[in-house]
Design a protein around this ligand. Structure first.
Ligand code: PLP
Length: 436
């Protein structure tokens, strides 16, 4: 399968190149040249397939022959080795738990698949791949654990000092082996600026084979389509075939993957884009004007994005039909107060603890259902992270009730290892050159 740039559909590259480049030179994003509808035999019988079987079918549709079938199956078996259960909370409301991977966030789907694909394409004797990644918390953990022990790769994670949660910091800084962490005395934007500058530095590029692991990489998007099909399959087993997905959104990769699944034939009635105060997309859906803004800080900080980079992919999928886009997606945004109120309501209604991002998706689903005729679609809201990653922003009585997963308890005994740097590029560059 060839991939084009959203800025120039005639410039085409193979999947391998799209993965290693991450972003085309013209700063568009890679998209598959064709997004074919899956065969009807598969779509009609989704409920008879397991998650890895679904993943294979869907990936094959987007990759063509770029990875031979048996190799693709092996990549999927290694990458998608955890469940994504859809749990019923009440009549017509399910939570799709995407946090059962090693970093306890949905980003494990993308990061694990991408790391295996990169490693697969690295040929014997090739130069080590140096992955640079800036994180506000969740991306770094997923990428670190995704690449941990993957041969011929090394990961350098930059995170803002004092601005990630305790568990997130342990996930970033206690791995050793081919993973190293740098604590930057600044903000997430400072971290991102350092990474961006490294990619354009001739000396660093001569020395290292640098690549990015951020969410615009097409190899992170593709595996996120798998769980939409799998969620639908789970609902079909319970006799439900009219489904609505509510997606807590920041960079719009997650909901973008849902729309890609829809394009491939998944019969979704409606997508709900749920955001915090960073409401660029809900505003666009309301007014028709897309106005990017600087991000504002919230308690659902993995969604603090003022200009979602994956939006261009969504526009690309609907370039013939922008009215269709506005019908298929509806937007809701919430303040921090409303987010906390949603966390409390979820806890008191179902005795269930949702992270702040997840709570926003629940509230959006509730508000959407309120306006719908009774008894129609079943709502699924996506739970993007385990609440134990965000104890400090949750009400104390709820934070105390979180059941800490075993793998997190193991982290707590480990010692943090991270280099400490300022925000200057020369200092970062010196670190990279001196720590080969
Ligand atoms: C990254 C993240 C999001 C936002 O996902 P996008 O694909 O960027 O829209 C939401 N919730 C959590 C917990 C995240 O880590």
């Amino acid at each position: 399968m060839k991939y084009y740039s959203t800025n120039n559909t005639s410039a085409r590259v193979a999947f391998k190149e799209a993965v290693f480049n991450s972003m085309p030179q013209d700063e568009g994003l890679y998209m598959p040249v064709s997004i074919a509808r899956l065969d009807e035999g598969f779509l009609d019988n989704l409920d008879s397939y397991t998650l890895p079987e679904i993943a294979f079918h869907v990936a094959k549709n987007l990759l063509g022959d770029d990875i031979p079938e048996n190799d693709l199956k092996a990549i999927i078996r290694e990458a998608i080795n955890f469940y994504a259960p859809a749990v019923e909370l009440e009549e017509r409301i399910y939570v799709l738990e995407l946090f059962h991977g090693p970093s306890l966030a949905f980003k494990d789907f993308g990061a694990r698949f991408m790391s295996r694909v990169m490693s697969y394409f690295l040929e014997a004797g090739e130069k080590q791949l140096d992955v640079l990644v800036a994180t506000s918390g969740d991306t770094g953990g997923a990428v670190a654990l995704g690449f941990l022990g993957v041969p011929n790769t090394r990961v350098t994670i930059l995170y803002p000092k004092g601005k990630v949660s305790g568990i997130q910091e342990l996930q970033l800084t206690t791995n050793g082996r081919n993973i190293r962490a740098i604590e930057v005395d600044g903000t997430f934007d400072d971290c991102q600026a350092l990474v961006k500058q490294a990619f354009t530095d001739p000396q660093l590029n001569a020395k290292f084979r640098l690549t990015s692991a951020n969410s615009i990489n097409i190899a992170r998007l593709i595996p996120q389509t798998f769980y939409y099909f799998n969620a639908y399959a789970q609902l079909l087993k319970e006799g439900k075939s009219k489904v609505v997905f509510s997606v807590p959104s920041g960079n719009f990769g997650n909901i973008g993957a849902g729309l890609l699944a829809w394009k491939m034939g998944l019969p979704v009635e409606q997508f709900i884009a749920a955001t915090n105060a960073n409401n660029t997309v809900p505003e666009f859906l309301k007014t028709g004007v897309y106005q990017a803004r600087p991000s504002v800080q919230t308690i659902s900080n993995a969604m603090d994005v003022g200009n979602p980079s994956n939006w261009v992919r969504i526009e690309d999928m609907f370039k013939q039909d922008s009215e269709g886009l506005k019908r298929l997606i509806t937007g809701f945004s919430y303040t921090d107060e409303e987010t906390l109120a949603a966390v409390e309501k979820i806890y008191s209604l179902y005795n269930y603890i949702a992270c702040p991002h997840t709570a926003i998706a629940w509230q959006a689903l509730k508000d959407w259902q309120q306006d719908q005729p009774a008894g129609k679609a079943t709502g699924v809201f996506l739970s993007t992270a385990h609440p134990c990653k965000f104890p400090d922003v949750l009400p104390e009585h709820i934070a105390k009730a979180i059941v800490i997963p075993e793998e997190v308890k193991k982290l707590e005994g480990k010692t943090k290892q991270a280099a400490s740097l300022g925000t200057g590029f020369e200092e970062f560059k010196r670190y990279l050159l001196e720590n080969k």
